[in-house]
Design a protein around this ligand. Sequence first.
Ligand code: MN
Length: 372
Amino acid sequence: MKPYVFSADSHVLEPADLFLEGLPASLKRHAIHGRRDGDYMITGTEDKVIHRLRLGPQREHPMGEHVDRKGLRDLGGRLADMELEGIDAEVCFPTLGLWLYCLDSPEAEAASARLYNDWNNQFLAAHPERFVRCGMLPVLDFSNTLAEIDYLAAKGYRAAMLPAVIPAHLPKYNDVKWDAIFARGAERGMVFVLHTGTGQETVIRERGPGAAIINYTLQSMEAQNSVMYLVAGGVLDRNPGAKVAFIESGASWLVALAERLDEVDEAHAKMVRPKLSRRPSQIIDDQVWASFQHDRACILAADAGLPGARNVMWASDYPHAEGTFPISRKIVDDLFAGFTVSEQTRRDVLGLNAARLFGMAPQAHTKATAAA
Ligand code: MN
């Protein structure tokens, strides 16, 4: 029987003028928007180029023909693509909004987050069994963060984004100043989601030999750093109801990190401040989730019951070129090739861990095989 498949990483595409049209005149110069420049898509504000992406080809369908992604802006097309892919439900992240944390005006950041949240709520509201809405939280002024958590909770949101990397000048994730945010998240049942790349001015840190591999791999290391800070600094320990999910940074490293943190916590116990009430690996198993597309070691670790592997989730990263569209059904099968793992482990990794995190009923919405 086909397991329930949940993609823990997918993206919606905002209207191109969401921020340009929506921000008041006084904040207009902070409007995040994209513009085409030859083979590149430039994302930025009036006076800032944030990101340059060379537009690349997507994966070919195994049958050879080119398959267009139908769900970039059209929800009907998105549901059709989910059927093709065998994906029953997904959590949706922004595209332009991923660059929210590059803004330097707290007013523009808060207003942009609100514009995105209101649009997202409207766009996805009709299919709560298929789409987890994920809001955006401003962070330049923590009173705005708290207000937006409350706003989203009142609209029934269960997930909201925080930056995966702490932008310069903000308190680091081991700072007690974050406690108020994590306490409020726990109180409102809001999962904090940290998508790879968010919070960085640029993901390009190396231009020399190996730059492409180095820059993309560094993003998974940034996620490890943020988990380490959140656990070691005690923010998660002091707020045991808070949950965080690291998206598109891989997941297998969480196992090694959990054991490393335990090792240090024990071996250097005399120097550990603050004292944690639980082992670091227990904090991770209780409160940290991570999504992966391809790294398979976490599947074996989950099956063996190793700490750090309790909450790993598969994801497609639809509709991105580096995602698994249009061959997600094959990729999901191939993940387990050569492995002897329990059916329970397969179901947990493919959908049940995510369903548990986001409070979704794990019901099948797609057919067992792709339509011919
Ligand atoms: Mn993604």
